[in-house]
Design a protein around this ligand. Structure first.
Ligand code: ATP
Length: 360
């Protein structure tokens, strides 16, 4: 376990602008005086008492730190240091300054499948490394896929936010219903034992969206989305997938499989002919197919709008929430899954469901 330094972070770093916000605090650009280098400081509020609704419990932060310490890989954000005060833990992370991959892509006029694959490959390389280390991310979604520097001709993917990640011990059975309805695997919703295969489901969803601008299981409400996921009810709408290669569809079909044991692993994905073509015909197919940019831009604009809307609602609710905590006794897996990240986000179920419903 990394040393949680008791010193004041501000003795070493100048705290600069906000880079992003999570449910438990902010990520800010920080400047290290000795090295004259910029980093990202993730400021996490720690719960003061077991009953407090606001903040994270310390063990959850310890888990995130322990996982980040294991993961040294070019496609995974690096952890440099950890500071701790009475009410806050600050993770000093590698600064990822290129923004989200989806935003970068949405700025383009067009993108060939083979160009999109270059990004996907890096995501898969990061995942392959993570999974080899028996770590699952469990919260893969566009917001957590960033670029190191979008100015570079070949921007590097960086996977971020290991707040829901889990390090599996040998033979361990782990269940969790945390996650985001659009990207969550069916076994999570049904509260079954999880494995790294849950991340591969999310890769299937992300690839589907990337190619078509459609979200495969998105319903009118979170309940509907979760039901669609459980039913694995999706299709390739001809209108949206008219520019997509059959190899790409095959890739997605081998990930969006209900049985986690039948899904491709990250390692298998990397040798799928869509990612690593063998024949000339396969190479040509990829470079003749492109992503549905018009639809993708629409999807991304809506996603960004929802994110800001949710954030404003969440902030308003956090201000007004001073209720004592109360655990739900509802055993319904759908309802449990709707508590999305409740383990990390100590908000009552009805608040979260309400937020998502309004945003939908
Ligand atoms: P959530 O509650 O949504 O899961 P979180 O509290 O776990 O969020 P992160 O997702 O890690 O926090 O970070 C919140 C946002 O801060 C990110 O969406 C991203 O915009 C920004 N961010 C996080 N890490 C970095 C980084 N290393 N460099 C630059 N920006 C970052």
């Amino acid at each position: 376990m990394a040393l949680f330094k008791p010193e004041n972070v501000e003795d070493f770093y100048e705290i600069e602008e906000v880079l992003g916000s999570g449910h438990f605090g902010q990520v800010r650009k920080v400047y290290e005086r000795t090295s004259r280098t910029h980093w990202a400081g993730k400021f996490l509020k720690i719960r003061k008492t077991a009953c407090s609704r606001l903040g994270l419990d310390r063990t959850s932060v310890e888990r995130e730190v322990e996982i980040l310490q294991i993961l040294h890989h070019p496609n995974i954000v690096a952890l440099k240091d950890v500071f701790e005060s009475r009410s806050e833990v600050v993770l000093i992370l590698e600064l990822v300054s290129g923004g989200e991959l989806f935003d970068f892509i949405a700025e383009k006029e067009n993108l060939l499948e083979c160009e999109a694959i270059e990004f996907l490959k890096q995501i898969l390389e990061g995942l392959k490394f993570m999974h080899k280390n028996n770590i699952a991310h469990f919260d893969l979604k566009p917001e957590n896929i960033m670029l190191s520097d979008k100015g570079s001709p070949h921007p590097n993917i960086k996977l971020i936010d290991f707040g829901l990640a889990h390090h599996f011990c040998q033979g361990e059975e782990y269940r969790s219903t945390s996650g985001t309805p659009q990207y969550i695997a069916p076994e999570m919703i049904s509260n079954e034992p999880l494995s790294t295969a849950a991340d591969m489901w999310s890769i299937g969803v992300i690839t589907y969206i990337l190619l078509s601008g459609l979200s495969p299981f998105q319903g009118e409400t979170d309940e509907e989305t979760l039901k669609n996921v459980i039913a694995t009810d999706y299709q390739f709408n001809k209108h949206y997938f008219s520019m997509t290669s059959s190899m790409a569809k095959d890739f997605i079909m081998k990930l969006l499989i209900k049985n986690p044991n039948e899904r491709m692993t990250a390692e298998e994905c990397l040798v799928h002919p869509w990612i690593k073509p063998i024949t000339r015909i396969q190479v040509d197919k990829r470079s003749r197919s492109s992503i549905n940019m018009r639809s993708f831009k629409k999807f991304n604009a809506k996603r960004k709008w929802k994110m800001s809307y949710n954030m404003v609602l969440m902030c308003n609710r956090l201000v007004s929430l001073r209720l004592p905590c109360k655990s739900s006794s509802n055993p319904d897996p759908l309802q449990q899954a709707q508590r999305r990240k409740l383990s990390r986000k100590w908000l009552p179920v009805h608040q979260l469901v309400h937020i998502n419903r309004v945003a939908n």
